[in-house]
Each structure stands twice: as C-alpha cells, then as structure tokens.
Write a protein that binds this ligand. Structure first.
Ligand SMILES: Nc1ncnc2c1ncn2[C@@H]1O[C@H](COP(=O)(O)OP(=O)(O)OP(=O)(O)O)[C@@H](O)[C@H]1O
Ligand SMILES: [Mg+2]
Length: 300
C-alpha cells in the first residue's frame, strides 16, 4: 500500500453565480456584497473594488500577485482598517464603519497573514481570548461569579473540543511560542472558530506551513464548508486553489480583474498572461504597472 494516497476530490459547489462569470458578477445567494470600496495610502490606491459578491456556503479563493490589495480588502471588510469610500454588507446588514469586534460578533471572522497567536500565553488562553462570549469583562459577571464560572467552563470545553479537532489538545498548556509555524496557523484557525462564525476569511492560511501539515489544513478548510460555513481564503498556490475552491476571484492593482470557477479562471487568457505564466504551482508572481518587476531591481 502506498503511503502517498491521494486525498479524495472534494465535492465542488456549482451554479453560484447568475449570468456570465465576470468581475463583480451577481451571486445566487451572496453572503457579502461590497460596492465601490476604495482605500488609498498617500498616492497609492491599494483597493478599488467596484462591486463584489461572495457566494454563501462555498469556498472562494482570492488570488492575485503580491501587493494586489488582498490583505487590505480583508482589513477593510472586517473592520481592521477604514475605507476612503464604499459600502458593504454581511447578511444584508451594513458593515461600513463597524468595529472589528462587532463584525466578529455578527459572525464574520478573519485570520491574519502573519499569525497573531500571543506567544507568552498558553494555547488554551489564546483560545479563550478568541471567544466573543467572554463574560469576564462584563460588570455583571463579576457581580455573579457563579454564572461567570459556568460560562468559563463552557468556553473551556468548547476550546478543548476545537483543540482536539486541530490536534493541539496535548499542547493546551504550552506557550504558543513553543508551537511550530504550522501549528500556530492551526491555532489561529481554531481560535477563529471560538466565535462560532458563519463566514471565515483566511489570509494565506497555508503560507509557511510545512508540507506535513498542509493536507490537514486543507481538510480543515473543507470541513468548515461541510459544517455550513462560508470561506474566503487568500492563497498563492494554484494547485491548492484548484483543489478546494468552488469559486476564484482575481485581484490586481486593487481591482477585481476576473472571477469564475478555478478551471475557468485559470484558462482566462488575461489571468494566464498576467499572473500564471508557467508557474502555476508556485506563485502568481509580479505583474505590470504599479507592482515592481524583479528585473527593475526593487523590492515591493
Ligand atoms: N498600512 C499601509 N500603508 C501604506 N501602504 C500600504 C499599507 N498596507 C498596504 N499597503 C500597500 O497597499 C498595497 C496592497 O497591499 P496588500 O498587503 O493589501 O497586498 P496583498 O495582495 O495582500 O499582497 P501579498 O500577496 O504580498 O500579501 C501594497 O502596495 C502595499 O504596499
Ligand atoms: Mg497579503
């Protein structure tokens, strides 16, 4: 028996959009709708999205070269940054100007490209911090310590459950600093789930993860969809995108330049010419215009 058994092909969701797949195409059941979202840093327009809809109960990949504006868009949509213009709504409720904390409470949670696990806290304490149901901060909880303790133990139980699912239960009392890069990514995803979100946005969940953990991370992302959640994730590896994404959105220089199923998008001549080239398995690389090409000899 080979030890390299290929993982089962995930069942893809289809029929997500209405009409021809093009940038900003309407979705049959959008969980998030954004209009004219712009963010400028000095003279640089980092995000300039006319219209965007994210399909519910599907896994959508957000791809594009370094500096395309993917992380900035995540920051804006989740209340970690302020847009210059634009409106966006989650489940029909406007999120523009809503703080990150409230956005998370409403059911939209995100993880970070550089993990935000707090090194000097234990794995369990990191998990507890992820819970929006923490009552400790509330005045009445200190007035009714019995209630507070009950809630605390419920939170702990939920955390242990999640840690077990992510194979981190044996590490619950270790400092997050002692985890490998991949385990921190797992911890960050597990912590995000403490809020019981409806929509999970993952910024490069696989980056820096050693190959032994990659498959497990992929399975976790697929499981989020199986559990009824909606996923939007940023990824540079086109094999992974093709494997798990139901829908792909391509950004470049702040704009959405293509959308479609993974196969359609990767066949789209504009995307192939500008981003994929012959490196479909490595990175989308650089692009024309604002993004500095390596031969010019400048970093991003
Ligand atoms: N706080 C900031 N101040 C100034 N410029 C910024 C800031 N944040 C992002 N930028 C710039 O905005 C552009 C978009 O950056 P962003 O991080 O959103 O890209 P990205 O698509 O996530 O790239 P990567 O694939 O490298 O993570 C880049 O040119 C970046 O340098
Ligand atoms: Mg980024």
């Amino acid at each position: 028996m080979s030890s390299n058994v290929a993982p089962a092909t995930p069942v893809k969701s289809t029929g997500l959009h209405v009409g021809e797949a093009s940038p900003g195409v309407a979705k049959r059941d959008p969980i998030l709708i954004a209009n004219q979202v712009r963010r400028q840093f000095g003279g640089l327009t980092a995000v300039d999205v006319e219209h965007l809809e994210i399909p519910r109960h599907a896994i959508t990949a957000l791809i594009g070269p370094n500096g395309a504006g993917k992380t900035t868009l995540f920051n804006l949509l989740t209340g970690f940054d302020t847009a210059n213009t634009g409106t966006w709504s989650f489940n029909g409720k406007s999120l523009a100007g809503v703080s990150a904390f409230k956005v998370a409470r409403m059911g939209l949670i995100r993880t970070f490209q550089l993990t935000k696990a707090l090194s000097l806290l234990t794995v369990m304490d990191n998990m507890k911090l992820g819970s929006t149901q923490q009552l400790g901060e509330k005045l009445w909880a200190s007035v009714f310590p019995m209630l507070w303790r009950k809630k605390e133990s419920e939170i702990e139980e939920q955390a242990l459950d999640l840690l077990a699912r992510f194979n981190l239960d044996s590490k619950k009392d270790d400092y997050a600093a002692s985890l490998s890069g991949g385990q921190r990514k797992l911890l960050e995803m597990a912590r995000a789930l403490m809020t019981k979100p409806e929509f999970v946005m993952l910024d490069e969940p696989m980056a820096g993860v050693n190959p032994a953990l990659t498959q497990s991370l992929l399975e976790h992302i697929l499981n989020l969809k199986k559990a009824g959640m909606t996923v939007l994730f940023v990824e540079h590896d086109m094999h992974m995108v093709r494997h798990i994404a139901d829908w792909v959105i391509v950004m470049a220089e702040g704009k959405v330049i293509a959308e479609g199923s993974p196969d359609e998008v990767m066949k789209n001549p504009a995307v192939v010419d500008a981003y994929l080239g012959s490196h479909q398995d490595i990175d989308l690389g650089t692009v024309t215009g604002r993004i500095t090409l390596p031969k010019i000899g400048k970093g991003k």
